[in-house]
Design a protein around this ligand. Structure first.
Ligand SMILES: CC(C)(COP(=O)(O)OP(=O)(O)OC[C@H]1O[C@@H](n2cnc3c(N)ncnc32)[C@H](O)[C@@H]1OP(=O)(O)O)[C@@H](O)C(=O)NCCC(=O)NCCS
Length: 149
């Protein structure tokens, strides 16, 4: 579906302001810049950006947690670039990295109201496992979704 060249690579420190811009456009409760810096230093090989013509247009942050679980902490694509396969490409790359680190399942949480993202994850093989009430600061329930790797 990609009709342009999209490179997925590990984030550099100087990408994080562009990542923050996308956070603000996509989420009511964006991660603050300090947290993005911290996540990049903690999970440098699992903080990936998608780049189109030298512009950061999307990112995914993952981490290996619990027992052999690859956890997606965040993913977003700049709105004008959504629906063009970039989110799928970021997810494929992070899941490959999870596998290489020995993870057996991938896990994420998504707002119950975010039906679009749930459809996106279902298309990538994720299935709903359980709900987590009051997961988000505004009290919204999360749906935990998982898939085997
Ligand atoms: C969710 C998100 C990361 C998906 O990235 P994307 O680049 O738009 O996704 P893709 O183009 O790879 O789409 C893959 C599939 O997801 C589904 N999808 C994507 N956008 C959709 C939309 N607006 N409406 C319905 N389904 C959609 C479709 O099934 C699509 O497959 P198709 O194009 O063959 O129909 C992106 O839309 C986004 O950043 N949303 C806002 C932030 C967000 O909700 N993040 C997830 C938080 S848990």
């Amino acid at each position: 579906m990609l009709s342009f060249t999209c490179l997925v690579r590990e984030a550099r420190e100087d990408d994080l302001k562009e990542v923050l811009d996308i956070e603000y456009k996509c989420f009511p409760d964006p991660y603050p810049l300090e947290l993005l810096y911290r996540l990049r230093s903690l999970y440098s090989d699992m903080f990936l950006v998608a780049e189109v013509e030298d512009k950061v247009v999307g990112y995914v942050i993952g981490a290996i947690k619990w027992f052999r679980t690859g956890h997606i902490l965040a993913i977003a694509v700049d709105p004008p670039y959504q629906g063009r396969g970039i989110g799928s490409k970021l997810m494929e790359e992070i899941m490959q990295r999870f596998q290489l680190k020995g993870a057996r399942i991938a896990r994420l949480e998504v707002r119950k109201s975010n039906v679009m993202a749930q459809n996106f994850y279902r298309k990538l093989g994720f299935a709903e496992r359980f709900e987590v009430p009051f997961y988000y600061e505004d009290g919204e329930t999360a749906i935990a979704m998982e898939r085997d790797l």
